[in-house]
Design a protein around this ligand. Structure first.
Ligand SMILES: Cc1cc2nc3c(=O)[nH]c(=O)nc-3n(C[C@H](O)[C@H](O)[C@H](O)COP(=O)(O)OP(=O)(O)OC[C@H]3O[C@@H](n4cnc5c(N)ncnc54)[C@H](O)[C@@H]3O)c2cc1C
Length: 258
């Protein structure tokens, strides 16, 4: 569905020309290798959505930002919103660039796309519904040496299901693959391992993951994110709408926020 938004925004042709990895579907495996399922976007219920892209966020965001600027939007980079106060007919915001003085701005409407940051933004972001499922943690890094399928399947997102979570493998460019592990905090605590060790032991315990990660080399330190699932109780208030992860975050898959 992101394709439709990018087309409506007039940025689709620029995305197509940017050299991102093309994505036509996804593959799902069980950790023991006993079952697999391929999902082909072209066979979805909605026709015309057979192809999209794996994007590296920094590159994608820069391209989208420049597109907005090229359409005449005023873009202010490095500005943090520190307060959002809605009145009947406008919203007052305070912006701060670095350690500089605060600047007051008024707007008729505010769309808050501030992501999972719990500290910023409007009053309505304070009320959270914690997710009801077990508390989770994600460990991830960039790797080289992860084998790819051939042809259109080379850009697939690959998901491996584990007893307590799942593993994702996402091609970022011709060499690098983003690989991450989602597990429960309880399962991780029981294992008592540091992030890299947790990652390696999980791979070693799964025939399917061993096949995919046998020659993989981490090219970045492992990163960890935990306790990320929540939904805001109020998605819209007076003149303020929450969009993307600012409204809720389910799980590190498929940029539900974007
Ligand atoms: C560990 C992990 C792995 C993931 N992996 C994938 C994946 O492989 N594929 C996938 O599709 N999705 C993945 N996701 C999900 C995806 O990253 C998010 O859904 C997506 O980034 C949300 O986009 P967003 O624009 O809503 O928020 P963000 O990308 O978080 O952007 C919010 C922006 O707002 C800025 N901001 C915040 N507060 C303020 C403020 N007060 N003033 C000014 N600016 C502010 C932030 O600096 C940031 O630039 C992953 C998520 C996690 C946590």
């Amino acid at each position: 569905m992101g394709n439709a938004v990018l087309k409506a925004a007039g940025v689709w042709e620029k995305i197509k020309a940017a050299g991102f990895v093309e994505k036509f579907g996804a593959r799902f495996y069980l950790a023991d290798g006993s079952a697999e399922k391929t999902m082909d976007f072209s066979k979805g219920y909605v026709k015309g959505l057979g192809r999209t892209f794996q994007v590296e966020r920094a590159k994608f965001d820069a391209l989208s930002l420049e597109h907005a600027r090229s359409l005449g939007e005023e873009v202010r980079q490095g500005a943090a919103v520190r307060a959002v106060v809605a009145a009947d007919d406008h919203v007052s915001l305070t912006l701060r660039v670095g350690e500089g003085p605060a600047t007051a701005v008024t707007a008729r409407w505010v769309i808050d796309c501030g992501g999972r940051d719990h500290l910023s933004g409007s009053e309505q972001k304070k009320a959270l519904d914690r997710a009801r499922w077990p508390r989770r943690a994600a460990v991830y890094s960039h790797f080289t040496g992860v084998p790819r399928a051939t042809g259109e399947r080379a850009g697939d997102t690959v998901v491996v299901r584990l007893p307590d979570g799942w593993f994702w493998l996402i091609p970022i460019d011709a060499e690098r693959t983003l690989v991450g592990l989602v597990t429960t905090r309880t399962a991780w605590r029981d294992m008592g391992a540091e992030p890299g060790e947790l990652f390696r032991r999980t791979v070693a315990a799964s025939p399917q993951l061993r096949e995919l990660m046998d020659a993989a080399v981490a090219v970045q330190p492992y990163r960890v994110t935990a306790d990320y699932s929540y939904f805001r109780k109020e998605l819209a208030g007076a003149r303020v709408v929450l969009a993307g992860d600012a409204a809720g975050f389910f799980d590190p898959i498929f940029s539900s926020g974007v």
